[in-house]
Every structure is written in C-alpha cells, then in structure tokens.
Design a protein around this ligand. Structure first.
Ligand code: C5P
Length: 305
C-alpha cells in the first residue's frame, strides 16, 4: 500500500490573455495561450489520523498561504474523496505544500497546488481516475487548475478551464520579476470591468500570429505576438509595475509582459545566457528575479512510497 505521494506542479504564464465580456456567472470569457514553466510547487500527501496542511517555501514569501479548509489543495482533497465515495477514515491525509511559485503573483500557484493534490490523492488512494474526469474535477476548483494538469503550451477557452494542447516547437527562457506585494485576481478583473464600463467588450479571439510563431518556435517571433488584456487594469492598480516592465525591456529582453493578472512581470529572452543577463540587470535594480525555461511538463508524480 502507498503511504505517501509527492507531486510537482508547474507555474503557468499566459503568452496571450484575451479577455472578453463578463458572463452572467461573474467570470470573463477568455481566449488564452498558457505555457507551463520550470518552476514547481511540490505537494506531498500522506495517510494520517487527521487532515492537516503545512507549508514551507523556497525563495518566495508563503506567509499569506492559508492552512485552513479554504486552501485550494485541501479543497481538492475533499472534492476527490467525495467524488470517490471514501469514508472519512480513508480520506484523512497530511498535506505538505512546498512553494516555489510566487503567491498571488498571476502564476496560478494556488491552482498548481490543487492540481498536485488531486493527482497525489488519486495515486495515494489508488483510484485510477481517468484523465478527462480529473480535468472536470480540476475545472470545478478553479479556471487555471486543468492547465496545471496538462502543462506544456495550450490554449484555454471558456473561463480558461477548457484546455487544448498546441503545437510548440520552441524552447523559451523567461525572466520572472517578483513583486513584494500580491495583486488579487478578482480585483484586477473588477478594475478591467470598471475601465471598460462605457463600451461593449468584444468576444476575445486567439492570436493567429502567436500560434504560428509557436509552431515555428522562434522566440523573436513569439515575443512580437505576446499580449495581455489585463495590463491596463493591473497598471491602473499598480502603476509602479510600468517601471519594472520598462527596465526589463531596456535590459534588453525581447519583450516584457504582465503575468496573468500580475503583479509578476515576465521577460522573454533569446536563450538561457541572455535570460541570466537580463536577470542580473533587474536584480541590480533591486527586483527579485527567477529564471525559468518553458514549456515544462504538467503536474506529475515525483515519488510514491
Ligand atoms: O477561477 P478562479 O477561482 O481562479 O478565479 C478567481 C477569480 O478571478 C474569479 O472569482 C473572478 O473574479 C476572476 N476570473 C474572471 N474570469 C475568469 C477567471 C477568473 O473574472 N475567466
């Protein structure tokens, strides 16, 4: 019998974040291109007498991560045990989350933990849930959770939860500039609504130029096609991010953009040495930076004991 399972789940970035109108359920229609990058949270689940959650971190401030039932990883555990009809005795687990993905940073760190917890419990309890079924459970936990299971480069439609892998022949080196203060996703979408209140927001469309550039795999072409419709809203709430974006672009990166709803900023570079050069410039200016490559695999089991 398996007693303990560790799953690694990647951070996501959005190479395109096309945002459409607010739907009746409060979510916005999205046309997005996700990429998983090589920055992972590890989630370990182990059989226990009581369900608990602990958090540790490496290079990021995890002090805001909730350890009560509101934590998305614990909600994933509860959802899967209900779905599988486990008894309360069988369903008790000790969950440990080791964070490397910035929290409230627009990189879906909480969603990665939920995806990891789903996959880890599926393995721990020997459920063998079908991939499609796991994706449905993931979607009910959050818009970004299915992509964490899929990884690589993929388009996301609906509210972001309908995920389809795309042809990507490139390797991309990203500099990730962290912000000391998080920016809650709902606040950025609310600001998007406020800024667009006097016009009809059109349905978003996937960028043909971006999909073509990904198929060719040239970072220069991909850089030209990056876009994020939440930029105006995030900069309205956090005007200081403009300085970070300008600095990275002068560093010089091929392109800079906001990661998801921010406040993390991303810079695409020509190759790994160029990424370290840009990182050095940002670091010297007092910005905390990470270098990561993409596309990276989705959530996967690292150890099962
Ligand atoms: O799906 P998730 O729980 O990650 O979404 C967090 C919040 O982000 C939502 O409550 C909503 O305010 C906003 N959101 C949105 N449209 C989306 C995805 C998220 O408005 N497509």
């Amino acid at each position: 019998m398996t007693d303990s399972v560790t799953v690694a789940a990647p951070a996501k970035i959005n190479l395109q974040l096309g945002v459409g109108p607010r739907r009746p359920d409060g979510f916005h229609t999205l046309a997005t291109v996700y990429q998983a990058i090589g920055l992972y949270d590890d989630v370990t689940v182990a059989r226990a007498d009581a369900t608990t959650l602990t958090v540790s971190s490496d290079g990021v401030d995890a002090s805001d991560v909730p350890t009560d039932a509101s934590n998305l990883a614990l909600r994933a555990v509860a959802l899967l045990s209900d779905h599988a009809g486990l008894s309360p005795d069988e369903a008790r687990v000790r969950v440990h989350v080791h964070k490397r993905i910035p929290t409230a940073g627009g990189m879906a760190g909480g969603s990665a933990d939920a995806a990891a917890a789903l996959l880890a419990c599926d393995a721990l309890w020997g459920l063998g849930i079908r991939h499609e079924e796991l994706l449905d459970l993931a979607a009910s936990l959050g818009s970004d959770v299915p992509f964490s299971l899929v990884g690589g480069t993929a388009v996301g439609t609906g509210r972001g939860e309908v995920v389809e892998p795309v042809d990507d022949s490139g390797t991309y080196w990203w500099v990730v500039a962290l912000s000391t203060q998080g920016l809650p996703t709902p606040a950025v979408f609310a600001e998007f609504d406020r800024l667009n209140s006097d016009r009809v927001v059109p349905e978003p469309a996937l960028s043909g130029a971006l999909l073509e550039a990904l198929a060719t795999g040239d970072p220069g072409d991909v850089a030209q096609a990056l876009s994020n419709d939440l930029t105006g809203a995030a900069l309205s709430l956090r005007p200081d991010l403009r300085d970070v974006l300008d600095l990275g672009s002068r560093a010089p990166a091929l392109a800079g953009l906001l990661s998801g709803s921010g406040p993390t900023c991303l810079f695409l570079t020509r190759d790994e040495p160029a990424a370290h050069q840009v990182a050095t410039v940002l670091d010297a200016a007092g910005t905390t930076v990470l270098v990561a490559g993409g596309p990276a695999p989705g959530a996967h089991v690292v150890t099962a004991l």
